[in-house]
Design a protein around this ligand. Sequence first.
Ligand code: MN
Length: 167
Amino acid sequence: MIHKHAAKRLHYDLRLEVEGVLKSWSVPRGPSSNPADWRLAVQVEDHPLDYQDFEGVIPEGQYGAGQVIVWDRGTYRNITDDPSHPAPMSQALADGKVEVLFEGTKMKGGYALIRMQSQRRDPSNWLLIKLKDEYVGSLPEDLEEQGQSVVTGRALQDLRGSPRRRP
Ligand code: MN
């Protein structure tokens, strides 16, 4: 699943269920369906499974304060190395090379997550890359065209101000 999150900086949080947790990457520009358009994906801490259902506003003063919507959700299949005999996800993650087939509402087809190798760089830096298949071009270049929650149909701005309490 993918959260769209208006923290200090707008970003998308890609979360894959692996062995009972949500492996998570913060993707500043969001996913692309153009194989030539590599997107930085910064791995962040694992999240508990039930966080995938969160949609709402993280209050001021808390980490990540701002609106969050469920931008996409669905299933994925691990195809790392070989679709019929994939390396286990835990192994693929440790190796820094993961290939998955998404079957989401918005995200479709194959994507690779590749950890950047340069030792001078932060080891949490990965690249999210569309694999070449029939779903190339399936996302709009401007993701705002598909900016709504797949659960509630709300956009981020529909949540603005909602936690404020009035006397
Ligand atoms: Mn986030």
